[in-house]
Design a protein around this ligand. Sequence first.
Ligand SMILES: [Zn+2]
Length: 182
Amino acid sequence: MIVSVSLVNELTVAGDRAGPVAGDELRVLAQILAFDAPSLAALDGDDVPGFVALARRLREIFDDLHGNDVDAAAERLNALLARSPAQPHLAKEEGRWRLHHHPVHAELVAMYTAICAEALARIVSAGDADRLGTCQAPDCGRVFVDVSKNGSRRFCTTTCQSRVKVTAFRRRRGPANTPPSE
Ligand SMILES: [Zn+2]
């Protein structure tokens, strides 16, 4: 799961879905960054507004792509990259040199701005912008990276997919009928 997707889904509100309760963002961020112990250790309450702002900017990029406006998304990505330029460098981790792209001594928000913008920019530059998707269930708005073979994913989860199917079924058959068990 790429971090951009988690930030957008957990820190921004779309459709009728409720966002995090005010004041709960720090707990949500701790869950998102739990995969990286140094990030988690560096996280504190001062980072919350920066992460919320980053999540909103990333949401705008997914919105552009949902409207098939790759040019607008690319411009937004360039603005993010200009704000927090990536800086390729080698870092030794558990005895192995790994290539990192974020600034070496950046604060957490700047570091994740670079990481998220570069990850999305790579997907766009690979010609895969249409794989950055937004759930088509009417009241959802969660985003995802479509890694399916034919790139035809339309929903964030099978839960949303079945919900939409059931609604369509009811609309066809009338409210008195039971939905399919799937
Ligand atoms: Zn959904």
